[in-house]
Design a protein around this ligand. Structure first.
Ligand code: AMP
Length: 282
């Protein structure tokens, strides 16, 4: 496995793979790897010959009051995991490699970032699409895997690939959870013991909503409000909880047969922000 930290050194490696007729898979990460990331490596490896992983904590997707400085960083351990999982190349660029001091261009998102995480994380998804766009241009992968865990990110990347004509094929990895249902996240490391014990409440709330929808209950507003109350009673502070149309990512109050929905929530436990979702096809 090669660890490469410049674009100039990475490109010839990718070209060499392609010259040998090999397909390239790509999994971008911000490091602090857990089973969720590893599941994406394994998914990508089912669809490619050579796996490229990037480990880069992208500053443009963090707001001024977010956790950029304290985001967990554990490069040595991450590299060992990448090697064990069969990555061919790990790309570990610095901020200087990824961004010049003065940037003149940006990506603008219409509507798809108005709700869910986009509503509370100003410019977050613009930063995500910017870095993924750059990474796609740098790595030029045949396939790239992203997690359902960040479903709004996934839908936006699907749109970007479509509208900007990237030739990459996207793979969506299912959410990997701890035994008690909590979706794995690098940010779970911030939780103290009490918060960690409370945290699976979000998964359970989404599960109740899914079950009620499957059982044919149609009053979305009422059932969401009920789950919000339950979560607040357990000590969660709610950023959002709701049912969203898969394509438009906008909240719905009525459900129709044949449509796909995302039941999603973001909550705070203390200062830690947790997100989770379930996709439902009616
Ligand atoms: P991050 O390092 O948080 O930027 O995440 C890198 C990739 O891993 C993204 O595509 C995430 O959606 C995905 N991911 C994060 N947590 C999980 C999880 N619990 N299960 C599956 N994929 C995940």
């Amino acid at each position: 496995m090669q660890v490469i930290d410049t674009i100039d050194a990475l490109r010839p490696e990718i070209r060499a793979f392609k010259r040998e007729g090999k397909t390239v898979g790509f999994v971008p990460t911000m490091g602090a790897l857990h089973e969720g990331h590893l599941s994406l490596f394994r998914l990508a490896l089912q669809h490619c010959d050579e796996l490229v992983v990037s480990i880069y904590v992208n500053p443009t997707q963090f707001g001024p009051n977010e956790d950029l400085d304290k985001y967990p960083r554990q490069m040595e351990r991450d590299l060992q995991l990448c090697e064990k999982e069969g990555a061919s190349v790990v790309f570990t660029p610095s901020d200087e490699v990824m961004y010049s001091d003065r940037r003149y261009l940006s990506i603008q998102i219409d509507e798809l970032a108005d709700h869910m995480c986009g509503a509370s994380r100003d410019s977050h998804f613009e930063g995500v699409l910017l870095v993924v766009n750059k990474l796609f241009n740098i790595v030029d992968p045949d396939v790239a895997a992203f997690g359902q865990k960040d479903i709004q990110q996934y839908v936006l990347i699907e749109r970007m690939v479509d509208e900007f004509n990237h030739s990459v094929k996207l793979l969506r990895g299912e959410i990997i959870r701890a035994n008690d249902g909590l979706a794995l996240s690098s940010r779970n490391a911030y939780l103290n013991d009490t918060e960690r014990a409370t945290a699976p409440g979000l998964y359970r709330a989404l599960g109740y909503l899914k079950k009620q929808i499957e059982d044919g209950i149609t009053n979305v507003k009422l059932m969401v409000e009920h789950q919000q109350d339950e979560l607040e009673a357990k000590g969660f502070k709610i950023d959002y909880l709701g049912v969203y149309a898969y394509e438009s990512l906008s909240p719905v109050t009525e459900l129709s047969e044949g449509s796909q929905y995302i039941i999603a929530g973001a909550v705070y436990l203390g200062k830690t922000r947790l997100i989770d979702n379930m996709i439902i096809q009616l």
